[in-house]
Write a protein that binds this ligand. Structure first.
Ligand code: SAH
Length: 218
């Protein structure tokens, strides 16, 4: 495959710096999350025709009716997930083209990411290997089931909106672990789920807009 370093080329680091400043202005405070956003060239993950918009704070189409998430929401979810701590093993549901997985790879020791659309799974694998990111393990599967054999996870991030939290994901969250996910259909909110010895503590956060979590593999 060919990776489009050209076009944006040398200016990409400067453009990325501007994105980081915008994220800061929007309220992202976690320096580790910001450094991770700064380290990953987002233009690699979008079609060449859209590369000039790669550092705008917008979601962009990646084909198959799906999108690459808006940088703000990627940074925000990682900030909430980290909560100032070091992450060991993280599960992402909905790899898409692999952008958030690449950012997560900068802040967690091991990342597992599940995608139900095979061409996207393949594309994510190509981009991550091109960027020589080695601590992400991609799976072509239905994320509703999670990855029982790799559990427990100290962080779980869902990049697609569900109507309810899939039970297997609750079970695969470590005690002391945190899950961040969008819930809802027309109206969606980000939720934080914290697992304690006693059970699960659920907190509703800001309004968001995600593609739906679907069932089964495509
Ligand atoms: N993490 C991506 C966001 C991709 S959009 C990024 O960094 O930009 C959400 C993705 O979730 C889509 O690719 C969609 O196919 C996927 N998805 C939806 N339902 C799913 C499911 N049940 N299992 C796995 N992936 C799913």
């Amino acid at each position: 495959m060919s990776v489009h370093y050209s076009g944006i080329g040398m200016t990409s680091q400067r453009t990325r710096n501007r994105l980081i400043e915008r994220l800061r202005a929007q309220g992202i405070q976690d320096e580790v999350a910001l450094a991770a956003m700064n380290a990953v060239p987002r233009h690699i993950f979008v079609d060449e025709a859209l590369a000039s918009r790669a550092y705008d704070d917008v979601s962009l189409p990646i084909g198959h009716g799906q999108t690459i998430s808006q940088p703000y929401i990627v940074a925000r979810m990682i900030e909430i997930l980290r909560n100032g701590m070091t992450l060991n093993r993280v599960l992402e549901i909905g790899s898409g083209c692999g952008y958030q997985a690449a950012v997560l790879a900068q802040v967690a020791k091991e990342v597992y990411s599940v995608e139900r659309i095979h061409p996207l799974y393949q594309r994510a694998a190509d981009y991550l290997s091109e960027l020589q990111i080695k601590n992400v393990s991609l799976r072509y599967a239905d994320g509703n089931i999670g990855i029982p054999e790799a559990a427990p996870f100290d962080g779980i991030i869902m990049a697609a909106a569900a109507t309810h939290i899939p039970q297997p994901l609750l079970e695969q969250l470590a005690i002391g672990g945190r899950m961040v996910l969008p819930l809802g259909t027309q109206e969606q909110f980000l939720w934080l789920i914290e697992r304690t010895e006693e059970g699960y503590c659920k907190t509703r956060l800001e309004a968001v807009r995600f593609v739906p979590l679907l069932l089964g593999k495509a």
